[in-house]
Design a protein around this ligand. Sequence first.
Ligand SMILES: O=P(O)(O)OC[C@H]1O[C@H](OP(=O)(O)OP(=O)(O)O)[C@H](O)[C@@H]1O
Ligand SMILES: NC(=O)CC[C@H](N)C(=O)O
Ligand SMILES: [Mg+2]
Length: 501
Amino acid sequence: MCGIVGVVSTTPVNQLIYDALLLLQHRGQDAAGIVTQQGRKFFMHKAKGMVRDVFRTRNMRALPGNVGLGQVRYPTAGNAYSEEEAQPFYVNAPFGIVLVHNGNLTNAQTLRTELFQTDHRHTNTESDSEVLLNVFAHELERATAGVPLSPEDVFKAVRAVHKRIKGSYAVIALIAGHGLLAFRDPHGIRPLAIGRGADGTVMVGSESVALEGTSHVFERNIEPGEAVFITLDGTVHSAQCADNPQLNPCIFEFVYLARPDSVLDGISVYQARLNLGEALAKRVVSTVPPNEIDVIIPIPESSRPSATQLAHLLGVPYREGFVKNRYVGRTFIMPGQGVRKKSVRQKLNVIASEFKGRNVLLVDDSIVRGTTSREIVQMARDAGARNVYLASAAPPVRYPNVYGIDMPTSSELVAHGRTVEEIRQVIGCDALIYQDVDGMKKAVGSLNKAIVGFDASCFDGTYVTGDITADEIARLNEGRVGVEENEEDTSRLALPNAQDA
Ligand SMILES: O=P(O)(O)OC[C@H]1O[C@H](OP(=O)(O)OP(=O)(O)O)[C@H](O)[C@@H]1O
Ligand SMILES: NC(=O)CC[C@H](N)C(=O)O
Ligand SMILES: [Mg+2]
């Protein structure tokens, strides 16, 4: 999950791309980059860090032109610490292409070998996105009938890309002197939308909030498998480039990744979270009678809509018991377990009066490694809570994610191989209530009946692009830097009074 944006306008786009990236900052905090084009020349600035830190005034001044793209990175492949793997990526032939990618390729290693041995192309990083760019460049070279490029040439290249690459990919690319291309994988796992400004500016971005927050009107989602090519005069061409497109958006976008004020694939993220809270209410009453709960407290930020709806339905007061330091980013998308753990305490502090002598029900949107929950439950106890119950608006996360969420191995997931009772003991709460998988799918899916199925692989172990074997998962993690050495293997966590599963 990264944030991507692309713009074709008649006025300078540097500030517009910067503003859109700020609105997508929650999708990636590790690196940021922008490329603009003036004449035939690309201007690029990218570095590690958040948008505000990466772009100083001098960098912004050095990004001229009326067309461009940008990305905020959340590393899920390659090297989380490498400056070179910040996006956009550039290749000089054919024409000159820069590209940004949200998602994760599951056959990047095979493609890297193929690129070298068959296509004779060099990749210089461990990033799957660089592989994607080179596959696209190779196919564009083959598809080009003449200069200037026709939209049909571009679509032909995208068709070939869909045949070669596997995994999840929402992509925006700028082809020098020709236009801006956007396409989505045949399952539409990662989101991508297009909209327009009053002056005719065309914008493509990961979430509707990037369009609306910069005064553009959302027009539609890019369809799974579809490619949209916007020529430099703002004309939009589009074509379906996949043989069997099927919309299977990632359900974790609705649980945690996306901003609540976004609408993705026709579903309001906020409404999805309210529905998850409603479904969770039914699960809570069967475990803890509402009259034994004095107060419901969300774990800020993402669980708030679900917690309000849960409190409303149970008729229990909703209170704020944790204050979030707004200057600390999202902890889940930080690379490395050490920094994630430290950041929970830096990020959240208790209002002790809300806990003292009370039975509290804490609500989170999801429990992944259990980093947040274990700290929070202890903080609630230290603040004097009598009983600390914990409810999760998502089901247990039991399987690795291979589509762009940083959950590469099952051993780091607190729910992997454990019963709910065992997880409860690891987290240290007095009762633990999870959403169930069907309840989650219904809660979100009822908001757009056209969606036949979600990618819910981290919850149900079903991979929409075809079965992913344990070997493939291991191969995907080869060459990853910035995860393993810091990662805490939760299978080694001691259970207080029980044997590990
Ligand atoms: O079990 P864990 O491995 O700790 O992961 C789950 C937690 O991480 C996320 O919060 P985060 O701080 O990233 O963002 P938020 O402020 O949007 O809730 C999520 O909302 C959970 O609170
Ligand atoms: N999560 C993402 O979308 C990341 C994109 C790409 N796989 C990277 O690691 O840079
Ligand atoms: Mg959270």
